[in-house]
Design a protein around this ligand. Structure first.
Ligand SMILES: [Zn+2]
Length: 128
């Protein structure tokens, strides 16, 4: 009895793992950001380790300052690239969807040239 319950539970768990919907496709900015975020985390960890070793007396002050300078110099371009991508991502997210009326905020079908709600002309975007 207990054994069959266990089997049922593990089947349920497996089904859950297999059939849970995957996350929506990440945006271009997300894809570009992922390795940078990882690099940033590694560099921050290195800095923490350095500070720790310095406090433990394993590093001389000169060595610590020098290693810290090197790590920080590596960190700066990573942080500014991340910042740039963040801005890009926010801009992407702020772009209203096609068919969105700027006057009344009504969302129209893509093919509409005028808003179905208030009649305002819709900005036509490039069509394929
Ligand atoms: Zn409208």
């Amino acid at each position: 009895m207990v054994a069959s319950l266990c089997i049922l539970m593990s089947i349920a768990a497996l089904a859950f793992v297999l059939f849970v919907e995957p996350d929506p496709a990440p945006s271009e900015a997300d894809v570009l950001m992922a390795p940078l975020v990882r690099k940033k985390e590694i560099l921050y960890e290195n800095l923490r380790d350095l500070l720790f070793e310095f406090r433990m007396g394993k590093l001389s002050d000169t060595d610590y300052q020098e290693s810290k300078r090197v790590a920080q110099a590596e960190l700066v371009p990573v942080l500014s690239a991340l910042e740039e991508l963040n801005i890009k991502k926010m801009r992407e997210e702020a772009t209203p969807p096609k068919g969105w009326c700027a006057r009344c905020s009504h969302t129209n079908p893509d093919e509409n040239t005028f808003c179905g709600n208030c009649g305002a002309p819709l900005k036509s975007k490039k069509r394929k």
